[in-house]
Ligand binder design. Structure first.
Ligand code: HEM
Length: 393
């Protein structure tokens, strides 16, 4: 039965095409083959909204633990790949850094200072690549604050994050990519060693402070901070640059947002639905089960394609359009269930409350640079790759 199911659903996927534009393939899979066996990847691709929610609601059948994965090898055993009580114990320790109250009372002011400094640096130039000059340093400098690794230059955080993300996708075993991943991991360990024993005030709600106060073992501190540096850099960077691009490409929606501050957040949620910065995350089957008409067996591995689920026509009308006026509905850009993104409130504060509104308020006459088009790429992680713009000096 299992072999037959695999054969019936086997898909040949062109990964290069998928990197350029995964949405036509996702649409086809949702319609014809929603739990598709992809032999090249040795994974099933799960593309429908309801099937992903079902997986996330049934943690006793589908697990996050995957000791053979590259994430585990590169970053160690973080709470993102633990289940049940082991996950909850560590997530509880870090939650004071990530709460909506912390975002508002602790991080907002620090993030505002960072955005102001970055805008001071670029305002007089009249043109920039905002991906490089704004979204990247904004995400990295905010991450130094939230992690408590204020001993690290933001450029190192950005570089280490990218090196680890490359290493966790290094399925071809490229030696140089693996070396850079190890170098990043060693750099983070050294920075943690330097800061973990630092004297702290009660006001210090950084992750390192919470981990030290909560008695988290050093191995877990290291793995968790690595996963947070991996995930806490590129995603807010991509949401920041992507939302600016989406608004500049849709002047009527930009005008609406300028007229009503509440819409910045709607724009943010709509952007991460439309182009989900994390388009895929994995799960592993623990017990025999059926999903989308396909029989799955223990240790079968799944790619949960939230980038597809967020365009599922069964859930969203005209899902391929960026439309911040669309009916408010749950999306899966932050995942769902116990592993729902811990950093969601911090990301919302950074991008929707601070970075994007402050940029539009400061740079008058902001427009895309018609001579240098914006490019997008990726499917597991997707976003703009550049954001050349001009404004009035
Ligand atoms: C727009 C920005 C972001 C997006 C779209 C995003 C998306 C996600 C997704 C989809 C997951 C689930 C992964 C899985 O279950 O395997 C996740 C988990 C997580 N994210 Fe984010 N993320 C963002 C920003 C951040 C930031 C800024 C931080 C930290 C500073 C962060 C920290 C985490 C952590 C710690 C987890 C693991 C939670 C757990 O396992 O309990 N994220 N994120």
């Amino acid at each position: 039965m299992f072999a037959e199911a695999q054969e019936l659903t086997a898909e040949t996927v062109d990964f290069e095409e998928m990197w350029r534009d995964p949405y036509p393939l996702f649409k086809r899979l949702r319609a014809n083959n929603p739990v598709a066996w992809v032999p090249q990847a040795n994974h099933f691709m799960v593309t429908r909204f309801d099937d992903i929610v079902h997986v996330e609601r049934n943690q006793d059948t589908f697990r996050s633990l995957e000791p053979r994965s590259l994430v585990h090898k590169v970053m160690g055993h973080s709470f993102m790949r633990k289940d049940g009580d082991a996950h909850l114990a560590e997530r509880t320790i870090v939650s004071p850094s990530f709460s909506p109250a912390a975002a508002k009372k602790i991080w907002a002011e620090k993030f505002r200072l960072i955005a102001t400094d970055l805008l001071d640096q670029i305002e007089g130039k009249g043109k920039a690549d905002l991906f490089v000059d704004y979204a990247t340093p904004m995400a990295a400098r905010c991450l130094c604050e939230v992690t408590g690794l204020t001993n690290v230059d933001w450029r190192d955080i950005a570089r280490w994050s990218q090196a680890m993300m490359d290493a966790v996708q290094n399925y071809a075993g490229d030696a140089e990519i693996a070396r850079l991943g190890r170098e990043a991991s060693d750099g983070i360990d050294a920075a943690i060693d330097e800061m973990i024993g630092a004297r702290r005030t009660d006001e210090d709600k950084s992750l390192l402070a919470m981990m030290a106060a909560g008695g988290m073992p050093l191995d877990s501190v290291r793995a968790n901070l690595k996963v947070i540096i991996g995930g806490g850099q590129n995603e807010p960077r991509d949401a920041n640059a992507g939302l600016i691009w989406a608004l500049l490409s849709n002047p009527d929606q930009l005008a609406a947002v300028r007229a009503d501050d509440a819409l910045w957040m709607r724009g943010f949620e709509e952007y991460v639905r439309w182009i989900s910065p994390i388009g895929m995350y994995p799960r592993t089957v623990d017990k025999p089960t059926e999903l989308g008409g396909v029989m799955l067996q223990p240790d079968d591995r799944l790619f949960l394609l939230v980038g597809s689920a967020n365009r599922d026509e069964a859930k969203f009308e005209q899902a391929d359009r960026f439309d911040l006026h669309r009916e408010k509905k749950q999306h899966l850009a932050f995942g769902s269930g116990p592993h729902f993104c811990a950093g969601a409130w911090v990301a919302r504060m950074q991008v929707a409350n601070i970075a994007v509104p402050m940029l539009f308020a400061r740079l008058k006459g902001l427009a895309l640079d018609e001579d240098d088009p914006v490019r997008c790429g990726g499917w597991a992680f997707r976003g703009v790759l550049n954001l050349p713009v001009r404004w009035d000096k």
